[in-house]
Design a protein around this ligand. Sequence first.
Ligand SMILES: [Mg+2]
Length: 231
Amino acid sequence: MSVGILIDFDDTLVQTTLYFEMAREKYARYMVKLGFPLEEVLDVLDRADIENVHKYGGFLKECFPYAMAQTYDHFCNIKKIKASDDARRKVEDMGWWVFDQPPVLIPGVGEALEELSADYPLYLATKGDPSVQLERVTRSGLTPFFEKIYVLKEKTHREYAEIAGAHMLIPGSSWVVGNSIKSDINPGLKAGFNCIYIPNQYTWHHEMEEPLGGHHTLETISGVPSLVRGS
Ligand SMILES: [Mg+2]
């Protein structure tokens, strides 16, 4: 039995939600220019995005760009405007743009992983579209730091317990590190891990939740090696 560290990818190691926010803002500006109401546009967009996640059975890359096109159609319908193919393609492309952005490391990530991986096995636990996530992890250059990369459909205590079981980790001596209370900290606590929460200002609002119990909070990932070593 051994000690290991499970680490989240999006908004913990690389900036992700920042790009969704940029696309959302550009989309909102365009929709307002077409005469559609800002608040309602964003509200319908968010709901369409979530519905797509359910409809397609997971966080597939289509969900966000399709939600942009669906929201455009929705408001054309309401305002009795004829939807244009060009405009629909244009708004959908604003969504696809997010997936063309190279992953940008959050400051301090390289050094922290270098230090941690020298002493502990690291496991990447990310949620999302497998083809998208694997490519993004590869492009981030972080693959060599990890014993294994997990792209999970869900992040609940079950997945964390399975990873612990597969690598003979003792959860009570091992760690979960991430920016989401809902997907990282709470399932980690439920599976018996020590948890380190590193908030990211751009965390997706659907990832907000009340913490289930005691955990550590750090401002940046740079503090993780000394915290883990000191335990
Ligand atoms: Mg995350």
